[in-house]
Ligand binder design. Structure first.
Ligand SMILES: [Zn+2]
Ligand SMILES: [Zn+2]
Length: 301
């Protein structure tokens, strides 16, 4: 098969746009999707903390933002939290260090053990259950805090269209309507609330596309899956998205776009409950924030 743009041999077919791509035109296609996101949300001359896990999508995000950083005048810093998950966190940290160095970027690396006094393995052992919700809380909290203290305009995360789809479905599945309604393509920075906005530069890409991009560019990434992620319902929702995408053209994008339209029809409710944590001073809806409560619980044992 030949590239739909030129006459060179195609390396991939992208069903949702019904086109064959050669290596060069495929790379252009991926960068175009990231550009489209940055342009749509006016992300130019911004200081961005790039939250990476070492996995494929986050390393691709780092690479594409580096490629576009001159055009968009972005000041970017990779950011990794070593959560202390045995057999997973250390190899991923090495990949983050290596790729950052190749891209001539200086990463900020935080160890949860040093920062909070415990690891995610500790949390799992003490609670005797999957630590995914603790992990989510500490990652969100620490990332926001480091970004706020460092004067960053945005935190970038490597969520692709499939992740967004799975997240939306998971919230609907578990009845977390508020979380569902509050999830957007972008969230704005609220300095008054000490909240740094979040962007998702891979929002218009599918995982099969980030995988091809990683292979073509020989981008190193940590191929390990978090041991606690296995069997999480989110995996099922991802599979539904992938199956839909395989059988129906543009399935994921269409569903997401309809859900986004639906969200816009529901008026935003102001968060009157937001106050500042009595211990750390960061926003919360209770007197003591969840992060500080977790820290008290896990770091003393
Ligand atoms: Zn071509
Ligand atoms: Zn707190």
């Amino acid at each position: 098969m030949k590239c739909s743009m030129c006459n060179r041999p195609a390396i991939t077919f992208i069903r949702r746009v019904k086109k064959y791509f050669c290596e060069e035109h495929f790379l252009q296609f991926v960068l175009k999707q990231v550009r489209r996101y940055l342009e749509k949300h006016g992300i130019r001359r911004k200081k961005i903390l790039i939250a990476v896990s070492g996995g494929k999508d986050s390393m691709v995000m780092l690479h594409t933002l580096k490629m576009l950083s001159e055009d968009f005048k972005l000041d970017i810093t990779p950011f990794y939290i070593n959560l202390g998950i045995t057999g997973y966190s250390d190899p991923c940290e090495s990949v983050v260090r290596e790729v950052s160095e190749e891209l001539e970027l200086t990463p900020i690396i935080i160890s949860l053990r040093e920062y909070a006094g415990y690891t995610i393995d500790d949390a799992a052992r003490i609670e005797r259950k999957k630590p995914c919700s603790t992990c989510g809380t500490v990652k969100r909290y620490i990332t926001n805090r480091i970004a706020y203290e460092g004067g960053y305009d945005y935190v970038a995360t490597g969520h692709t269209m499939i992740d967004e789809f799975a997240f939306a479905l998971h919230n609907l599945y578990s009845g977390s309507i508020d979380t569902f309604l509050r999830s957007y393509e972008i969230t704005d920075t609220r300095k008054d609330l000490k909240l740094v906005g979040r962007i998702k530069p891979l929002y218009y890409l599918l995982e099969s596309e980030t995988l091809t991009y990683a292979i073509v560019n020989k981008i190193k990434y940590c191929n390990l899956e978090c041991p606690y992620a296995q069997g999480h319902p989110t995996q099922v929702h991802k599979e539904i998205g992938l199956m839909g995408e395989y059988r129906l053209q543009g399935y994921v994008q269409r569903i997401l776009s309809s859900l986004n339209k639906l969200k816009k029809m529901i008026p935003e409710r102001p968060d009157n409950n937001i106050r500042f944590c009595k211990i750390c001073g960061y926003p919360t809806v209770t007197d003591i924030c969840k992060y500080c409560r977790l820290k008290a619980k896990f770091s003393r044992e």
